[in-house]
Each structure stands twice: as C-alpha cells, then as structure tokens.
Design a protein around this ligand. Structure first.
Ligand code: CTP
Ligand code: MG
Length: 170
C-alpha cells in the first residue's frame, strides 16, 4: 500500500536533492548568458548557472536510482518507471526553479531577494508537473508536499547559510 509518507519520501527525494545540489555545485557561467529580457532586466540572473542546472538534474536522478536500488518494492508501489520518474522530478524541479527566477526578475525582485512561496514552491510545482507523466497524485498528496516543502526549505537554507554555502539564510 502506498502510504502518504511513502509517497512524500519517494517524490520529494529527487526534487529536494536536485534543488540542494544546484546550490552546492552552483558555478559561474550563467544559464542566460548575461542576457536581458525585453523589459531590460536580466532574463534569469546570476543565480541560475550551467553547472548548478546540470548537476542538479544529474544528482536528483541519481538519488532516485539509489532509492530504486535499495527500496525497489516501495518504489514499485508508486510506478514501475521510478528511475524515469526520478529524472522527470529532478528535471522539473530545476526547470520550475528557473521559471521562478524568470518570474522574479519580471516582478523586479533582484537575484537572491526573497519571493515568499514562489521561492519555496517553484521547484516542487515543476517536478510534480513533469512527474504527471508517470504518477498523478491526489489533492491530499499535493497538499502535504506543499506544506512540508517550505518548512524543509527554510531549515535547509538556514543550514546552508550556517555552513557558508549560501550568503543569505533563505
Ligand atoms: N543555482 C545554480 N543553478 C541553478 C539553481 C541554483 O547555480 N539552476 C545556485 C546558484 O549559485 C544560486 C544558488 O544555487 O545562487 C541558490 O539558488 P536559488 O535560491 O534558486 O537562487 P538565488 O541566488 O536566490 O536567485 P533567484 O533570486 O533567481 O532565485
Ligand atoms: Mg533564492
């Protein structure tokens, strides 16, 4: 039986790992090549880099492969395509975060400045949307993820700040 907590763990792991490793491995070369949008503001800004993007997708997918290796029976309860599902969760998380930055720039919020809820949820929304290919969660499952994620996100970012991985505690 796929319990709520099992769903959350199997789905959150690739997305959270993707998001965290984008931060840990974040490089220098910006994804947007320093380009500006029609409004004259940065397209994405310096917080989205090639290295962070690629490492996020790879590491998030790898987290899924580890789960598939060590907990195949549990993963099978969600989908028989869990490795591909993990890849889409990681890709979607990274893409959702990039869309989030695009929207922040359009709203005149500078790179690194806070956008409550958008900062915490953009990557989960992206991951869940791409993940729909393999698993269609019900409303309760989505709500639980949407409630847990901002908590984990703020704790993780505070930790990253303390470890000097981030310049700001959010
Ligand atoms: N990062 C990256 N590539 C990505 C996502 C994140 O290199 N695709 C790295 C960047 O070093 C970034 C850090 O992870 O600064 C934290 O990510 P995030 O909080 O999403 O970026 P911000 O710097 O806050 O920028 P933004 O305002 O655009 O969200
Ligand atoms: Mg940020």
């Amino acid at each position: 039986m796929l319990t709520l907590m099992l769903y959350v763990a199997l789905t959150a792991a690739p997305m959270y790992v993707a998001n965290a490793s984008a931060m840990i491995f974040g490089g220098k070369t910006p994804l947007d090549g320093g380009k500006h949008f029609w409004d004259g503001k940065p397209l994405l800004g310096k917080g989205k880099t090639w290295k962070g993007t690629l490492m996020g997708i790879l590491t998030g997918t790898f987290a899924g492969l580890l789960i598939w290796n060590f907990f195949p029976e549990q993963a099978l309860l969600l989908t028989p395509y869990y490795p591909s599902y993990s890849f889409l969760l990681a890709l979607g998380a990274i893409a959702g975060d990039i869309v989030g930055s695009f929207l922040k720039r359009r709203m005149d919020i500078e790179r690194g400045k806070q956008a409550p809820l958008l900062d915490q949820l953009d990557f989960v929304i992206g991951g869940l949307v791409l993940g729909l290919v393999y698993f269609q969660p019900d409303i309760i499952q989505v709500l639980v993820l949407a409630l847990i994620t901002p908590l984990v996100h703020s704790l993780a970012n505070r930790l990253a700040f303390t470890l000097k991985l981030k310049n700001v505690p959010w």
